[in-house]
Design a protein around this ligand. Structure first.
Ligand code: AMP
Length: 185
């Protein structure tokens, strides 16, 4: 196996495993620099190190659950939940969950989308951490936050592996809810 080259434009000092996040230009559309975490996931030691780094700020947060956003928020959120000793609640695209759901529409750069969660996923007041792989415009994370608010749970914070700076994503996130990114580009 070859070692992937370090991604360009890293703003913060990065751990070694960060070099396994691959830049894919013009995916899924021209002009988008896609942060591909698949090479990271394929390496057990580096995947574990990334999950451990994501978990670090939340060890003493007295969480009850992690809410992970489909699809890559599942891949990172589930091991993160186990690492923190709490359960996992999936935030899904519409029509995927079998039970009664709550639904939160949100707008994309082109068009609109929706996220859903089981209405009985968590008791009101449960302390949750919202997890996704990448923060770009913040629309997805904000939709998950609004869904959590519909569930009447307490959002202790949000965790993303990668924050894309230069896009006003963090600025849209409420200042009183901690948002931690492990890597910033
Ligand atoms: P946003 O709602 O704009 O913050 O976009 C975040 C969501 O879209 C996350 O679920 C990411 O998986 C995905 N995403 C957006 N931009 C990128 C990117 N440049 N590389 C990888 N994933 C991205």
């Amino acid at each position: 196996m070859t070692t992937p080259s370090a991604p360009a434009h890293i703003l913060s000092a990065s751990p070694a495993w960060a070099s396994r996040i691959r830049d894919v230009p013009d995916f899924p559309r021209p002009g988008i620099l896609f942060k591909d975490i698949m090479p990271l996931l394929a390496n057990a030691a580096d995947f574990a190190a990334a999950v451990q780094a994501m978990a670090q700020p939340w060890r003493d947060a007295r969480l009850d659950a992690v809410m992970g956003v489909e699809p890559r928020g599942f891949i990172l959120g589930a091991p993160l939940a186990l690492h923190l000793g709490v359960g996992f609640v999936p935030v899904r695209k519409p029509g995927k969950l079998p039970g009664a759901t709550l639904r939160q529409p949100y707008s994309l750069e082109y068009g609109a989308d929706c996220v859903e969660v089981h209405a009985d996923a968590l008791p009101p007041g449960a302390r949750v951490l919202i997890v996704d792989d990448v923060l770009a415009t913040g629309g997805t994370l904000l939709a998950a936050l609004a869904l959590a608010q519909q569930l009447q749970v307490a959002v202790v914070g949000a965790a993303v592996l990668v924050e894309l700076t230069g896009i006003p994503g963090r600025e849209r996130w409420p200042a009183n809810v901690p948002l931690h990114s492990t890597l910033r580009y």
